[in-house]
Design a protein around this ligand. Structure first.
Ligand code: GCO
Length: 397
């Protein structure tokens, strides 16, 4: 890693990006499990994703926004159900759309970072058992090969599966994501299939797009011990993170995605610490979590792969609070780098206020607001603030 010129400067070559996901911004993604779940009574979803941010049509506007922020990369996902609307039936039109998106980003001097699976699974695969079935692994590997063959020469980085731990836990244990089940043992089996899917994706992408760095993007939480929570914390962390960290051996990078802390007591989550602000989604305002999780990822993996922050952000209507959160989180990144941990870049989640899954459109993670009727994009003050940090490649205090 290059050394930094001063205590608040990031290393030369440190990358700066922002991110979205197809189902959260494109609109009209009706052929996947999320669309079905959002319209299922009793699912708990507050909104339909509907038109989302109309980014299927307005992606050039999004690319312009990323360029205006001076960011060097943009992470977005491709929608499996658009590219393969039925088993084995490939839409050349959808592949062409994503290729044009990558080319458009590169024309603006922005590196396309492509996520191959970001929470959504095609309905035809769900009808065959989805990720509860090991058959999903081969289907996903085949899909990844098709996409990598099309985008291999225009994408800069490949993220295989976004937060497989969240997909398994929220869908099959908490029941807040599709298919809305509450079966812990089944969630572990789904997690194992998603891990196999990641391995199949790495092999397929490396075969079709040799030289493109490929890795997993994993949700990590800064777990803190509350009195009597020792055994619980180890068990939760083993199933929620460690088994997935184990699956990254041999990858080109590990994408670390961090939002908050959780206090764990003898009965699991031990609630919020009195006096700590609580955000829209019930998260503690805890930006220190990013540095702590980067330290744990490096320690657990033995720093075997370089780390990238592929998601960090805050769902808040208070843009000043967003700036305070990101400034503190970035200070944690600087501290970790100063300790010798290889962190290659930071990605703010998200470019746009978008469809926040079961929470709908209420949580505002975006640097840019989106009018829900006209889809007009309006950068927030935090966008200009982050742009100034990126331009200086240094923190502002
Ligand atoms: C996730 C997903 C994103 C979320 C973001 C805010 O980490 O859950 O990658 O799709 O929108 O994290 O919750």
């Amino acid at each position: 890693m290059a050394t930094t010129a001063s205590a608040n400067a990031f290393p030369d070559g440190f990358t700066w990006g922002t991110a979205t996901a197809a189902h959260q911004v494109e609109g009209g993604n009706t052929n996947n499990d999320w669309w079905e779940f959002e319209h299922m009574s009793g699912s708990g979803c507050t909104d339909s994703s509907g038109d989302a941010c109309d980014s299927w049509n307005r992606w050039p506007d999004d690319a312009d926004l990323v360029a205006e922020l001076g960011l060097d990369n943009y992470r977005f996902s491709v929608e499996w159900s658009r590219i393969e609307p039925a088993a084995g039936e490939i839409s050349r039109a959808a592949l062409g759309h994503y290729r044009r998106q990558c080319e458009g980003l590169r024309e603006r001097g922005i590196d396309p970072v492509v996520t191959f699976h970001h929470f959504t699974t095609p309905r035809w695969l769900v009808a065959q058992g989805g990720w509860e079935s090991e058959a999903a692994v081969a289907y996903f590997g085949r899909f990844c090969r098709v996409v990598a063959e099309e985008l291999g020469d225009v994408m800069t980085r490949a993220c295989t599966v976004n937060e497989p731990n969240i997909v398994a836990t929220m869908g099959w244990h908490a029941g807040l994501f599709p298919p809305g089940k509450a079966d812990k043992e089944l969630s572990y089996r789904v997690g194992a299939n998603l891990i196999a899917g990641h391995r199949a994706a790495v092999e397929a992408i490396r075969g079709a797009a040799p030289g493109v760095p490929v890795g997993l993007t994993l949700s990590m939480t800064d777990y803190h011990l509350a009195p009597g929570g020792g055994e619980q914390l180890e068990s939760i962390r083993r199933h929620a993170e460690d088994v997935f960290l184990d699956a990254t051996a041999g990858d080109d990078f590990l994408g670390v995605q961090v939002y908050t802390r959780m206090r764990i007591g003898p009965d699991g989550w031990a609630g919020h610490e009195p006096g700590v602000p609580v955000l829209d989604m019930g998260y503690e305002f805890y930006p220190q979590a990013l540095g702590n999780c980067l330290r744990r990822a490096a320690a657990y993996t033995g720093a075997a792969v370089p780390l990238l922050v592929t998601e960090n952000g805050i769902g808040t209507a208070d843009d000043d609070q967003r700036i305070a959160y990101v400034r503190h989180a970035l200070q944690g990144v600087l501290d970790v780098i100063a300790e010798g941990i290889d962190v290659r870049g930071y990605t703010y989640w998200s470019l746009l206020d978008n469809f926040e899954w079961a929470f709908g459109y209420r949580p505002r993670f975006g640097l840019v607001s989106v009018d829900r009727t006209t889809f007009a994009r309006t950068p927030k003050p935090s966008a200009g603030w982050l742009a100034s940090i990126v331009a200086a490649n240094a923190l502002d205090q």
